[in-house]
Design a protein around this ligand. Structure first.
Ligand SMILES: Cc1cc2nc3c(=O)[nH]c(=O)nc-3n(C[C@H](O)[C@H](O)[C@H](O)COP(=O)(O)OP(=O)(O)OC[C@H]3O[C@@H](n4cnc5c(N)ncnc54)[C@H](O)[C@@H]3O)c2cc1C
Length: 307
């Protein structure tokens, strides 16, 4: 039996076949995923991973697709969503919050604030999932997920599950050691700080309002480039005269220089051309090479998946 047939035996919910990734990314761009699957239990995921390993099928883990540029030709192999079984969270004694990888970060921020637990206010309004936030070490307003992580549960591509204490993990600006590994994050344990509920709620609302005022409302994938040390990429892009540049329906946002928006029918190829133009302008003006923060994936992209 080939791996495609096996897939149907393993999964209780049939896979989506040639599923447009544009439906699963905040940029609304991306060609088809050969198979998009949603295992309904840890056992199904385990079987899926073992099958993929045995047949050398590429696996890509999708969070909420808010930091991704998926190529127009899409992704071969299997794209895995964990929303079928990693979608719950619970508060534990001592300000601990245990959350599945597929829970939305927004939901966690609201729940923590409602309980009078501080620490996650900075993340209010960062779109995406808990798993994506841990993988990217999502951050804003001077804080990031690494300040809260106690431990993370992962499963590797041979099906080995591990609970990893924070001491064994590494984090940096928009980087975690998971980015150098081949693992799927299943859940995380965050240490929050009990505080004044009204103050935490007020700060949460303030952060949310600030973000809504600053960020463009057209489809986008957040900051395209990493900030070079001490210099916001958005300002450099603006000063290099790249704000408003466009290729097809992809445009450097007029509101924020570090965002590229999709005005309707932009393709990944439009965005990649625009990225190259922005980099060139910044290089010319400041002799500085901007590095990407968004993850470019898929055929013709930098990385097809995790193996
Ligand atoms: C309007 C807007 C504003 C944003 N603002 C911010 C901001 O202020 N700060 C910030 O840091 N980011 C920001 N982002 C970027 C993005 O929201 C974060 O990077 C977020 O953490 C990505 O989560 P996700 O679930 O969408 O991940 P995805 O985009 O789906 O995936 C991102 C990467 O994480 C990997 N991944 C996801 N889940 C798992 C898992 N369970 N196990 C292993 N790997 C996994 C994927 O394979 C991929 O490589 C913004 C994005 C948008 C659209």
């Amino acid at each position: 039996m080939d791996w495609k047939k096996k897939l149907y035996h393993i999964l209780s919910v049939p896979p989506l076949v040639e599923e447009p990734m544009s439906k699963h990314t905040s940029l609304r761009i991306g060609g088809p995923a050969e198979f998009l699957v949603s295992p309904q239990s840890a056992a199904e995921l385990q079987n899926l991973i073992e099958m993929a390993f045995q047949y050398a099928v590429p696996l890509f883990v999708l969070g909420q697709g808010t930091n991704l540029l998926v190529s127009d030709r899409g992704l071969r192999g299997i794209v895995v969503s964990l929303s079928g079984f990693c979608s719950t969270y619970e508060f534990l004694e001592g300000g601990l919050l245990k959350a599945g990888a597929a829970v939305s970060l927004f939901k966690l921020c609201q729940a923590a604030a409602g309980k009078g637990l501080g620490g996650l206010e900075f993340a209010t309004g960062i779109p995406g999932s808990m798993g994506g936030a841990l993988y990217m070490n999502a951050g804003a307003y001077g804080s990031s997920m690494s300040n809260l992580i106690r431990e993370v549960t992962t499963i590797d591509l041979r099906g080995k599950r591990c609970v990893r204490p924070v001491e064994e993990l590494k984090f940096d600006y928009r980087w975690s050691s998971f980015q150098d590994e081949e693992v799927i994050i299943l859940e995380g344990l965050l240490a929050l700080t009990p505080g004044d509920r009204e103050k935490i709620l007020a700060r949460t609302a303030e952060v949310l309002n600030d973000r809504q005022a600053k960020h463009p409302h057209l489809p986008n994938a957040g900051s395209v480039f990493r900030n070079p040390p001490g210099r916001p990429a958005g300002k450099l892009i603006e000063q290099a005269g790249a704000k408003g540049l466009a290729v097809g329906d992809a445009q450097v946002s007029l509101q924020h220089g570090n965002f590229i928006v999709n005005k309707g029918r932009a393709t990944a190829s439009d965005v990649l051309k625009l990225i190259a133009m922005v980099k060139e302008k910044v290089k010319e003006k400041f002799d500085l090479d901007l590095a990407l923060e968004i993850k470019v994936i898929g055929e013709n992209g930098s990385k097809q998946g995790r193996r």
